[in-house]
Design a binder for this molecule. Structure first.
Ligand SMILES: *Cc1c(COP(=O)(O)O)cnc(C)c1O
Length: 430
């Protein structure tokens, strides 16, 4: 195989490093944990992405799951273009906001009202504020390895980019900001005191690789919250409208009090939401006394993109996507284990992750152990040179889109076999 050139990307990264901290606008993009420098994207269509050097990749980042239809889907491009021609933002309500809220509330049981915001970080931040406002309590329980965005109080043991950088939280977060955040292990139902406002959890943890909830875990959280009078928040910024149209709750027969959505529901534009029962959501300003606002909230381009995506993602589409991911997982498991490397490929419907570990990963400690053996970084680069773009971090899932066809999936499995053999050979020489 011809060695792919990354010259133009490298020069762009050098320029970027001079004017953007670390050269990127979100840390994991900088390739810090895998080494090397990032490819700069020129364009993308469907499952495929082309970089500025002309290299083509089958893309499993898909904007961290935001592009569930694949890149530049014609329906999304048309919806956004049309919306843009009518004006990009008004600071006054539009019909599309109402329609998107109607679609989300019709799809997700227990989610009667939504507030649209621009990022998952805002959604979780506001959900926690609402829970505190409603309960009159301060403590927030979160789980190690779950990521809920980069707000001060939720960054502790945050998985994802925080884990990639090996930081427990962040400099600049004062102890007072996390004094009311309790971090406990994923998968274990904690004891809740009567000072706990809410428990926030990724119902399927997808920011420490992929860790499905243990049987009984989510049910246990529901019961513990009910007993303590605390609210249960499902952070579905990844799982919402990805695992299924009605979210992760119905898969496990557990209904939270509040939901947060992001990624998929914005169709690749900046949009996220929090939702819940009317009685709770009605406490948000201007109806209630919990303040939240946003200049670009419910942005016309973002709502148009979100509506276009949710219209196409019906039950059949979710079945199809889960089928693709199941086939991919089987292929990856076989191809990688044939090389002798230890591998786990957990799957929850349309989410998949690759851990280089002998035994299933059940919590953050397991995930950190699997991430520390150095195999992920070598496998990542061996895949990238073969035209397969995985996430540049051992703590992320692989995002398949509706545009990933048999050709892409087969090519991915073939590349995985070769890449794993190469990594295994290099390892045995050490
Ligand atoms: C990505 C993510 C967030 C943060 O969303 P941003 O839009 O990046 O602010 C929050 N929670 C979960 C579960 C996420 O995966």
């Amino acid at each position: 195989m011809a060695e792919s050139s990354l010259d133009v990307s490298r020069r762009l990264f050098e320029r970027a490093e001079r004017v953007i901290p670390g050269g990127v606008n979100s840390p994991v993009r900088a390739f810090g944990s895998v080494g090397g420098t990032p490819y700069f994207v020129a364009s993308a269509r469907g499952a495929r992405l082309r970089d500025v050097d002309g290299n083509e990749y089958v893309d499993y980042v898909q904007s961290w799951g935001a592009s569930i239809l694949g890149h530049a889907h014609p329906a999304v491009v048309e919806a956004v273009t049309k919306a843009a021609s009518r004006g990009t933002t008004f600071g006054a309500p539009t019909e599309a906001e109402v329609r998107l809220a109607e679609v989300v509330t019709a799809a997700v049981p227990g989610c009667e009202q939504v507030r649209l915001v621009s990022s998952g970080t805002e959604a979780t931040m506001t959900a926690v504020r609402l829970a505190r406002g409603v309960t009159g309590r301060n403590k927030v329980v979160k789980f190690a390895g779950c990521y809920h965005g980069h707000s001060d109080g939720l960054l502790a043991a945050g998985g994802s980019g925080v884990a990639t950088l090996g930081l427990p939280g962040s400099d600049g977060v004062p102890p007072s900001a996390v004094a009311d955040t309790l971090v406990v292990p994923y998968g274990v139902v904690p004891e809740l005191g009567d000072d706990v406002a809410c428990v926030i959890v990724e119902p399927v943890a997808a920011n420490m690789g992929l860790v499905p909830p243990r049987p009984g875990f989510l049910e246990g959280l529901r019961a513990a919250c009910d007993e303590a009078g605390a609210l249960l928040i499902f952070d579905e910024v990844i799982t919402g409208f990805r695992l299924a149209r009605d979210g992760a709750g119905p898969l496990f027969s557990v209904r939270p009090d509040l939901f947060t959505f992001g990624k998929v529901i914005g169709g690749g534009l900046p949009l996220a939401a929090l939702g819940g029962r009317t009685e709770l959501m009605g406490e948000l300003a201007p109806a209630g006394r919990v303040y939240q606002a946003g200049t670009l909230s419910g942005n016309p381009l973002a709502t148009a993109a979100g509506l276009a995506v949710l219209e196409l993602m019906d039950e059949a589409a979710y079945e199809e996507l889960a089928g693709k991911v199941a086939r991919l997982a089987d292929g990856l498991r076989a191809a990688i284990s044939a090389s002798g490397l230890p591998v786990q490929v957990p799957v929850v419907r349309s989410l998949l992750a690759i851990f280089f570990a002998d035994t299933p990963v059940t919590d953050y400690d397991d995930a950190a152990r699997a991430a520390s053996n150095g195999l992920h970084a070598r496998f990542f680069h061996a895949m990238l040179t073969r035209g397969i773009a995985l996430a540049p971090s051992a703590y992320e899932v692989a995002f398949c889109s509706m545009a990933h066809g048999d050709a892409e999936l087969e090519r991915t499995v073939e590349a995985a076999g070769e890449a794993a053999a190469e990594v295994a050979a290099a390892r045995s020489e050490l």
